[in-house]
Design a protein around this ligand. Structure first.
Ligand SMILES: Cc1cc2nc3c(=O)[nH]c(=O)nc-3n(C[C@H](O)[C@H](O)[C@H](O)COP(=O)(O)O)c2cc1C
Length: 157
């Protein structure tokens, strides 16, 4: 079924769904010594690499915890996850959710945006306010629930 809001006219005058989008959300523990300068280098690499891989998303760093939302083609995100698993700047990677569906990006304009731990609730709430895609709305509600029950982050920057 095509949900009103992201149906687009195709060349034949019918409607087409957005292409499949793979979404992976994980959190991890920053390695000792990871500070703002290290995170700045991670962001620089992300902004260099992600656009040509079609990856967008959000990186949260607060209280020694990373939380990252990755969305893009499955192959690109899977390849990046291979790098992430070998990256010594974090460990204890926990996959929180993973799916592939024809849907709109939640963060279409962000190559990789850094958000402080204290701001993550506002970012997710804004994204929820703007979301039209039912799956996105459900995923964002789940994340907010996990945040509120402290399954992710701890509310402090
Ligand atoms: C928490 C965390 C998030 C990262 N996110 C990304 C990312 O979104 N994109 C990216 O290319 N590299 C990311 N990296 C860095 C990769 O692990 C890897 O170092 C980088 O892709 C290598 O790129 P380069 O060969 O251009 O230096 C991240 C690393 C960490 C620790």
């Amino acid at each position: 079924m095509t949900v009103a809001g992201h149906a687009k006219d195709d060349e034949l005058g019918g409607f087409s769904e957005p292409p499949p989008l793979y979404n992976l959300v994980y959190c991890s523990r920053a390695a000792p010594g990871v500070d703002d300068a290290v995170v700045a280098r991670i962001l620089a690499a992300s902004r260099r690499n992600n656009p040509r891989q079609g990856i967008t998303g959000l990186l949260v760093f607060g209280s020694g915890i990373f939380f990252q939302w990755l969305e893009g083609p499955r192959d690109s995100v899977t390849r990046l996850m291979g790098h992430l698993l070998r990256d010594a700047r974090h460990d204890t990677i926990v996959r929180l959710s993973e799916n592939e569906e024809p849907r709109d990006r939640v963060f279409p304009d962000w190559d990789m945006e850094l958000v402080g731990g204290a701001d993550i609730r506002a970012v997710l709430t804004d994204a929820l306010d703007e979301a039209e895609d039912e799956q996105n709305i459900a995923a964002l509600r789940r994340l907010l629930e996990q945040l509120d029950t402290r399954q992710i982050g701890n509310g402090a920057a």
